[in-house]
Design a protein around this ligand. Sequence first.
Ligand SMILES: O=C1O[C@H](COP(=O)(O)O)[C@@H](O)[C@H](O)[C@H]1O
Length: 264
Amino acid sequence: MKTLSDPLKAAPPSGAQAQRIHAERFTVLTPDPLPLREHLFDDRADLAVALAEAVAADLRAAIARRGHARLAVSGGTTPRAFLIELSKQTLDWAHVTVVPVDDRWVAPDHPRSNERLLRETLFQGDATQAQLLPLRRPTETPESALLPVLTQVANEALPLDVVVLGMGEDGHVASLFPDLQRRDIGLQPTGRAPVLAVRSASAPEPRITLTLSAIFTAPSLYLHIEGAKKRGVLDGAACDPRSKLPIRSVLSGAPVVPMLFWSP
Ligand SMILES: O=C1O[C@H](COP(=O)(O)O)[C@@H](O)[C@H](O)[C@H]1O
């Protein structure tokens, strides 16, 4: 892994930010030229605040540019603190649409529901004025709801302004798992359906997910990854051109330089 330049030397962050950011650097992950803008933190709580501030700044810029902002956020366990911090950010929430990058096909009050996570964390205070666009519908299977979900996402969520992607220890992003059947739809960078129904041996329930064609419509792409094990998976996929992991498809196909927010 080669560090091209050190933005801390070029443009040191000021004030409170300078104390929080452990390191910020621009990296090229070899042997491929896979650029990554890294924001490294000692502390996960500090990461959550800094990521919330960065995403809020992007949302404000999108609202200023065209009157509305569209945000896609990941579920699972990692983003809870970040989503709570984001809910506290001052911005015109009435002009923000939020869509989960994926969801589990469970009831919206189920502990594993990503929609529930969003309602419990982000949709608090002023942020309740935002529009939530759930991916799950009250049908038995994701396949039977695919067309209406796909139509609504295409009409109301795309193009996205900001995406925050988590990653599983198996290298999956959103619900794009390593054993994905329809890689031709889910992992293609452009020109495919924005939404896909997924069944995976690694997931206890059916899923619905945005595809990379949808995720890559955003000019701001954050990777929110915590822990040494995930960092190893990320670096391994980045440095192996033969890797079939979905995170590899993100790093190699993204039309913008992803911003990694990482903490041990
Ligand atoms: O299943 C999922 O997993 C990933 C990673 O979750 P985490 O619990 O390891 O943070 C998540 O990004 C995705 O949205 C979720 O549905």
